[in-house]
Design a protein around this ligand. Structure first.
Ligand SMILES: [Zn+2]
Length: 205
């Protein structure tokens, strides 16, 4: 049975929120909680990786992504693999070149291999820059979303009506329920976490 009516007195109230009818159509039958709508629109897929194996990735429907409580984590892109590859090759060349340059008598085929260490330097520089880029992105994301718990506390009180495509928040006592566009809902939730400014960088298509 669908329960309606009783409003949750505060977002920090630990009781399970009761379903609120949509403020737009005044009906509850197409309403689900925002966490349910978000989680229901994500699924795991397997896709080939660069090493011939498979990796798991979570994909979101457009609605699930729009109702996310925080921006997506930065993807490593090519920074991390490029860093690992160039650092590995660069270190190898540096070691090999250094060792070979210390040998007094080398077979003719190895003559000149000591110069490899000079080739290693630009590779190591590129690898270090790529590594710092990847680490910097991850650290900036953690710093910007440090208040995510506050955003999720508000997010958990949200509702979504599939008929009207509006979201709304469980109001505090004395407040009315107001339908929000998904962009307005995102801005309200992300602002509660201290990263509302990021909503502009992640517009909802
Ligand atoms: Zn509705």
């Amino acid at each position: 049975m669908i329960e309606t009516g009783d409003l949750m007195p505060d977002v920090h109230d630990r009781r399970a929120p009761r379903l609120l009818p949509c403020p737009s159509c005044d009906l509850p039958d197409r309403v689900e909680s925002v966490p349910a709508a978000h989680l229901g629109g994500q699924h795991e897929v397997r896709e080939p990786d660069d090493e011939g194996g498979t990796r798991r990735r979570v994909r979101h429907s457009a609605l699930s992504a729009a109702l996310a409580p925080a921006p997506p984590e930065p993807v490593a892109g090519c920074s991390a693999p490029l860093a690992l590859l160039t650092l590995f090759v660069g270190t190898g060349l540096l070691v090999a070149g250094t060792v070979l340059s210390t040998k007094d008598r080398l077979p003719e085929v190895f003559q000149g291999f000591g110069l490899l260490r000079w080739l290693a330097l630009p590779l190591l520089a590129v690898g270090l820059a790529a590594l710092l880029t990847a680490v910097g992105r991850a650290r900036r994301y953690r710093r910007e979303t440090a208040g995510r718990a506050g955003a999720e506390a508000l997010w958990a009180t949200g509702w979504y009506c599939g008929r009207c495509a509006v979201a709304y928040l469980t109001p505090r006592p004395g407040e009315g329920v107001r339908g929000l566009t998904l962009s307005e809902f995102r801005a309200a939730v992300w602002s509660a976490g201290g990263y509302g400014h990021l909503a502009d960088r992640h517009p909802i298509a």
